[in-house]
Ligand binder design. Structure first.
Ligand SMILES: NC(=O)c1ccc[n+]([C@@H]2O[C@H](COP(=O)([O-])OP(=O)(O)OC[C@H]3O[C@@H](n4cnc5c(N)ncnc54)[C@H](OP(=O)(O)O)[C@@H]3O)[C@@H](O)[C@H]2O)c1
Length: 306
């Protein structure tokens, strides 16, 4: 037996992936790090099929909550209540309609969940991995910043000092949707930088990859975007999934499960575009930025999550 820890399993792409993971990996004890009541409800439903699934109440927007969740996990690994940790899937993510949403730690919310939470999860759980082990983080092709990847819906990333991106008001006209979406594409670029830096620092037998599902209409990612945009994301844009421009939720979930189960060939640091390792944007290979971001994340983690 081994443990798979997963975030973002309660809805959207992750909800599809979780079914495939438990059906294809009968040796897995799945731990869902999720908000309540969604996490426990899903864990109970999956466990009723005879599988080992538990939930730990975790709000990834709160570094205290992330720290408490990893402390509970470490305790359960140490006492043998959980089998050894082999896989971490960091799939949870959010997109906001502004760049002014602050967490209880005073951090910008997009950055806090899409970048810092994964950093803290990996750093706090690093010692618990039983190798060979695998980490998969969901990123996004919006980090490319061009029309063929963002369909004109999400502005290109605007890289700045990571300490600035971590705070509200880093993007022009911060109370606009454009600023919220620029924060999103920038956070996903940051997530790729973070993956590259981890790939250099983690032991060789812990691989880390980024997973891009493509544009997946029909999930709840735009739930903060108001009734019209939400209606479009849930009801109209799913039709786009029948074109090559987008991925359906069920296909995206299968791809995420494949990456999590190690069925997609990829070396550490790779960018998995749907079902294949490919090159991410030219801008996403910047060792100086990667190092600066690492330093900022370490500082924030010490301040808020250790
Ligand atoms: N949809 C797309 O077009 C697209 C494209 C590229 C990348 N992505 C990425 O794919 C991933 C999954 O997104 P999705 O489209 O499937 O969106 P979704 O339907 O909104 O699912 C998001 C997941 O993240 C969890 N989550 C959100 N905030 C959380 C918090 N504070 N604490 C704990 N868990 C939290 C949600 O849990 P709750 O049930 O508690 O809300 C849910 O399980 C994200 O990283 C997203 O950025 C999506």
């Amino acid at each position: 037996m081994h443990t798979i820890v997963m975030t973002g399993a309660t809805r959207g792409i992750g909800r599809v992936a979780v079914d495939r993971i438990i059906s294809d990996d009968p040796e897995a004890h799945l731990v869902l790090l999720a908000r309540e009541p969604g996490g426990s409800t899903l864990a109970r439903r999956l466990a009723s099929t005879g599988r080992q699934v538990t939930a730990i109440n975790t709000d990834l927007l709160s570094m205290r909550s992330v720290r408490n969740a990893t402390a509970r996990l470490l305790e359960q690994f140490a006492s043998g209540r959980l089998p050894p940790l082999r896989t971490l899937v960091g799939n949870a993510g959010l997109q906001f309609t502004n760049n002014t949403t602050a967490t209880s730690d005073g951090l910008e919310a997009t950055f806090a969940i899409n970048v810092l939470a994964n950093h803290v999860l990996i750093r706090n759980l690093e010692s618990a991995f039983r190798t060979p082990a695998r980490i998969v983080i969901t990123v996004s092709d919006t980090h490319f910043g061009d029309f063929s990847h963002n369909l004109g819906m999400v502005p290109a990333p605007r890289w700045q000092d990571p300490g600035t991106i971590a705070r509200i008001g880093a993007f022009p006209h911060p109370d606009t949707v454009a600023a919220g979406r620029a924060a999103y594409s920038t956070s996903k670029l940051a997530a790729i930088y973070s993956i590259h830096e981890f790939a250099r620092r983690l032991p060789e037998d812990i691989t880390i990859t980024g997973f891009n599902p493509g544009f997946v209409p029909g999930t709840d990612l735009a739930r903060d975007a108001g009734r019209m945009a939400n209606f479009a994301m849930r009801r109209v844009l799913p039709l786009v999934a029948f074109t090559p421009l987008a991925t359906s939720k069920s296909v995206a979930g299968q791809y995420l499960a494949q990456a999590a189960l190690g069925d997609t060939p990829a070396t550490t640091g790779a960018y998995i575009n749907r079902g294949r390792a490919e090159r991410s944007s030219d801008e996403s290979y910047e060792p100086v930025r990667e190092r600066q971001l690492w330093d900022t994340l370490e500082q924030l983690a010490h301040q808020h999550a250790r």
